[in-house]
Design a binder for this molecule. Structure first.
Ligand code: ACO
Length: 325
């Protein structure tokens, strides 16, 4: 068991709402198709702010909520698959913008599992006595990577950022109870985005542009519905819990049908699997902390609850972390 306390959660969602009907005006799709296949009704698109700007808003809100000064932050991790640039890391930009001058900062690239991978990484860093406060933020501007002529992927994704301030638990009540983190790299080509092209000639003849989303939707769907229940069961066993002892399952919000299928396979009531995908679509590394922040705002979360976080996506990556909140 690792000490790990979630002190605060926060989110920042760009204001521009794009509904299914708006998408139906620019591509051959419909609100009916998107809603029944995915559960998504609308998503946000960031028209001005890049990923780091969204994350800075979240970081500032987290500091405010947890009453911690920027200088007291020791580590900043941003989980993202849509960073501002290859270098610097988005986390480094956040560190500079909030003037967290004592923090070191880096990004994690694990697509939609990024927040869960980040929890595991942060828990390990928090064993170090020199590290007390960690900002872990999932931030995405996936609209940069969307091909708006490809209806198979364009309807799925949304922009936003959300995160948590973590500290080594001082109350002896908050713990990371177990974790099950896996990568299925042999299936890496099933979900791709932002692939930089190697120039076939020198000097290069035209601009080299990263590619848009490419996804074998059915394969990723099958991967998620098969592997997430197994991962949840392994993590529960490791924590010495039966699945029904877990109060809430916060799953990556990729598709409402995936969440329904996981709940059914686990023979658990759907009420234990809250969703907000209708409002935001698939926001990749942002989706789990965004759901957490919303549930916290709504007063749904209580200290002492057992919460399982489970992410899956590009890599293919998979991860479950169970905490005592
Ligand atoms: N509107 C209308 N029709 C569409 C659309 C659309 N937006 N997209 C596809 N279709 C059509 C297809 O062309 C196909 O038509 P055809 O039968 O004439 O060929 C038909 O609908 C069925 O297409 P499928 O791809 O088989 O639809 P499916 O039921 O599998 O749903 C979906 C597709 C929603 C993408 C689903 O496979 C899914 O959710 N997959 C998982 C994606 C995921 O979880 N990603 C998570 C990771 S994301 C990350 O890591 C960033």
């Amino acid at each position: 068991m690792d000490e790990l306390k979630i002190v605060a959660s926060a989110s920042y969602i760009p204001p521009t709402v794009i509904t299914n009907d708006q998408l139906a005006q620019i591509m051959d799709t419909s609100d009916e198709w998107i809603t029944t296949r995915t559960g998504i009704k609308e998503r946000r698109v960031s028209l001005k702010a890049n990923t780091s700007s969204l994350c800075v808003q979240v970081a500032k809100e987290l500091l405010k909520k947890s009453k911690i000064k920027a200088e007291e932050v020791d580590l900043i991790i941003v989980a993202t698959m849509s960073p501002d640039s290859n270098t610097p890391a988005t986390a480094a930009i956040v560190q500079g913008e909030i003037e967290a001058k004592n923090a070191f900062a880096f990004d994690i690239s694990a697509a939609c599992s990024g927040f869960v991978y980040g929890l595991k990484v942060a828990a390990n860093f928090l064993k170090d006595e020199q590290i007390k406060n960690v900002l872990l933020i999932g931030g995405e501007v996936l609209s940069k990577l969307v091909d708006w002529t490809d209806r198979k992927t364009a309807v799925l994704f949304g922009d936003g950022a959300a995160g948590v301030l973590l500290t080594s638990a001082d109350t002896q009540q908050s713990y990371l109870l177990s974790s099950d983190i896996k990568t299925f790299g042999a299936s890496h080509a099933k979900l791709t985005a932002g692939c930089d092209q190697v120039s076939p000639s020198f000097p290069p003849t035209g601009p080299q542009r990263p590619t848009a989303f490419g996804m074998d939707g059915r394969e990723v769907y099958n991967f998620a519905t098969r592997q997430v229940p197994k991962s949840l069961v392994r993590a529960c066993e490791q924590a010495g819990l039966t699945p029904d002892q877990v109060d809430l399952f916060l799953l990556h919000q990729a598709n409402a049908r995936i969440i329904q299928s996981v709940a059914k396979k686990m023979k658990l009531p759907l009420e234990k699997f809250p969703t907000n995908i209708a409002k935001y679509g698939n926001t990749s590394a942002t989706s789990i902390p965004l759901l957490l922040a919303e549930l916290s705002e709504q007063g749904v979360l209580e200290r002492g609850q057992i919460i399982a976080f489970s992410g899956f996506g590009g890599g293919l990556t998979l991860g479950t972390v169970i905490i005592k909140y």
